[in-house]
Structure formats: C-alpha cells, structure tokens
Ligand binder design. Structure first.
Ligand code: PLP
Length: 386
C-alpha cells in the first residue's frame, strides 16, 4: 500500500515516526540540475559521494546531468547498474587501486582518471596497457583556506610537479587535463580566481591543456549571506577571459546540486535546559551540523510552537562524547521533549556519511511529489519511497 500525505505535519501526526525521516524533493533536484547546467559554460560532473541515493541520481539525470564524478569501483558499479551506459563516469580519486582502474576501464567504459603523482601515472599506463583513449587529469594543490571544509592537505601536486606531469601526459596521450578543488562550501569566489592564477602558471609551464576542471566547492545558502553560484561562474569566466588559449571547462559540484533538495525530520527525545537530545546525530545524518557548525535552517513541525527563537546545543542518540552539535541552533524557546523538528538543507554529506554505530537506524525515505491532484487541486504530496 502506498502511504500518501499531503503535508508534512499530517505525516508526523499520522505516523509519529520514531526514526529519522528523510524528505526528498526530486522536482527541486531536477530544477537545480537544469539551472546549474544552464549557468555553467562547460561540462557539469556530479560528485556522487555527496549523496548517492538512487532517487537523487535519477532526478539529477532527468534534470540533464549526464556526467558523474566517482571515487571508487563501488560507485562505478552502482552508477552503471542504475543509469546504464549512456552516462559518462570520471574516476577522480587521485589514488586508486590497480584492480579498480582495470575494472573501470575494461568493464565499465570509464575513460577519465585523475592523478597527482608520477607513480599513479605509471600505474594507470601499465594497467590500461597504454590504451590511447584514456583521458588523464592532473590534480593541482591549491589554497583552500577560504573553504569551510578544506582538503588539499590530502591531494594535489605542487605547481612545478603538476606541470611536469602534464607534459608527460600530453607526450604520451595527446589529451591532458588539469583540475583542482578549492575545498567544500567555499565562501569566496576569489578562491577560484587565485586557484586559476596558479593553474595558469602550470598550464603555461606545461605548454597548454585541453581541459580545465575547476572542481566543486560551490557553496549553498544555509544562513543566506553565502554568495550565489552566479558569482563564482562570473569570477571564473572573467579570469579565463584573460587566458590566451582557453581550454574546455568542467566543474564537479556536489553540495550545490543536492543540499537543498533534502530535509530531515527528527524527534526531540529529551530537553534539558538549552540541551536537546535528538534521535539523530553526528554518526547518523547530522555530521555536518558539527563540521560546518550551526546555521542550518530548522523549525518545529509538530506541535506548532510560537515562542521567540533561542539557541540550543544538539546531542545525538549514541553514547559517544563526540556526538554533539554545538550551537547556537535556533528553535522556538518552548520546544519540548516529543516535538518533531525539520532540519533543512540536509541533502549533502548526510545519507552518505551515516554510520550504523551504536545501532543508529537508517532513515525512512519519503518523497515529495509535486504537481499532483489532491482533492481537486494541484499541489504536492509525500509518498514513502519503495
Ligand atoms: C567531494 C568532491 C567534489 C564535490 O565537492 P563539493 O564541495 O560537494 O562541491 C568534487 N570533486 C572532487 C574530486 C571531490 O572529491
């Protein structure tokens, strides 16, 4: 039987869910995908690790995204199983097991691979037996201090090393690409301008590239002051306008495409002063409430609460001392034990980072279908995912 509710509060009232509920808006995913593709003058590769739910991937596909950035052979297999041979896959982890490269190339038609070392170059060349249709993309280390979640400590070749690698790639393959990642939830378009300046030096030292992949990191709006995607596209295009030979462009957004399209319904299991103990936390879907900090939009959906907002610290349901999300998370001051809270903007790095630690339950997935007739009017309804 299909369970259908026309409003979130109706779902809560009827089912009193005691496990976290994921509320997915596929229509919004489709529109975001189409808007990002229209706004960006190049290939748009979705970074699958950000949210690999089949319903998310299918909605992005319907929105016109047909390129997927994967980082493991597991992602390669599941993408092919779900979306078939029509979509393009790029294996953008700079350090890959040999078996994964072989299987991706031979069995799944993956042609684009990232690398940031001479050893990885040799590895790819050896295990693909020097196949000429491989597209290699060199990952450059850039300054990511303007991102809320940096990661260039882990990946990327220094500029001179990157230039040397590109020269080798070009010599042996004809095609070569350069990529970088400014870090996730990057709040400064200038970070891309600086990364591109560094990239330009590398490109000139290498004698040109065919592809420039500016990575992901584009922010979404949690608190409202984050610059829009258009500001990043403009900064990138203005910077590239000064380049003598503009290579083809690509980007790899994760968060930007999926954050807004999923919210999470959680229950308050206990209120103690300004501490709220929830049925979800850092080891469930909420690790970003700890890593990014407060600012995620949240509201009490049932019952209705009207008191002025106050700041709360949130605690997850496991016994681990790290399972805390320091505030101030803003909620009505009269929120109580037993209330249900909807946390918005939860599509990125939530489902994908969930663990089963301490018996954490998997969230129930509900899908908001839009433009369906309800009692004679057009609107939306919530349907439990199969
Ligand atoms: C994680 C990742 C992305 C996506 O990053 P967002 O900050 O979610 O946009 C893109 N490219 C690579 C190589 C990644 O590892």
């Amino acid at each position: 039987m299909v369970e259908v509710y026309d409003r979130l509060a109706a779902l809560v009232a009827a089912r009193c869910p005691d496990t976290p509920v994921l509320l997915l808006r596929p229509g919004l995913l489709e529109r975001t995908a189409a808007a990002v593709r229209a706004a960006f003058p190049g290939e748009v590769w979705y970074a699958v690790k950000c949210n690999p739910l089949p319903q998310v991937l299918e909605a992005l596909r319907r929105g016109g995204v047909d390129c997927f950035d994967v980082a493991s052979i597991g992602e390669v297999r599941s993408l092919r199983a779900l979306l078939g041979r029509e979509v393009r896959l790029a294996f953008m982890h700079p350090v890959k097991p040999e078996e994964a490269i072989i299987e991706a190339y031979r069995d799944w038609g993956v042609r684009r691979f990232a690398l940031d070392s001479a050893e990885e170059f040799e590895k790819i060349r050896r295990v693909t037996a020097g196949a000429r249709d491989v597209e290699l993309v060199v990952r450059l280390k850039v300054d990511d201090r303007k991102a809320r979640l940096p990661f260039s400590g882990k990946f990327g070749a220094d500029p001179s090393e990157a230039a040397a690698l590109l020269r080798r790639v070009r010599r042996e393959y004809g095609f070569c690409g350069l990529t970088f990642h400014v870090g996730s939830q990057c709040l400064d378009p200038g970070a891309f301008v600086r990364a591109l300046r560094c990239a330009r030096w590398v490109v000139e030292a290498a004698g040109g590239v065919d592809l420039l992949d500016v990575g992901g990191g584009f922010p979404v709006s949690y608190v409202g002051s984050e610059p829009p995607f258009a500001a990043f596209v403009e900064a990138i295009c203005e910077t590239l306008a000064g380049w003598p030979d503009r290579p083809a462009l690509a980007c790899e957004p994760g968060r930007l495409l999926v954050a807004e399209a999923l919210s999470l319904l959680v229950r308050v299991e206990l209120r103690r002063g300004s501490k709220l103990y929830l049925n979800d936390g850092v080891f469930g879907h909420l690790s970003e409430l700890r890593s990014l900090g407060p600012g995620f939009p949240m509201r009490v959906v049932l019952p209705r609460r009207r008191a002025p907002l106050e700041g709360f610290t949130l605690y997850g349901p496991t016994c681990d001392g790290e399972d805390v999300m320091p505030g101030p998370h803003l909620l009505p001051g009269d929120v109580r034990t037993g209330d249900w809270i909807e946390i918005g903007m939860m599509g990125a790095y939530s489902v994908s980072l969930r663990t089963g630690f301490n018996g954490m339950p998997e969230g129930e997935l509900w899908v908001l279908e839009e433009d369906v007739g309800i009692g004679g009017r057009t609107g939306s309804r919530l349907v439990r995912a199969a």
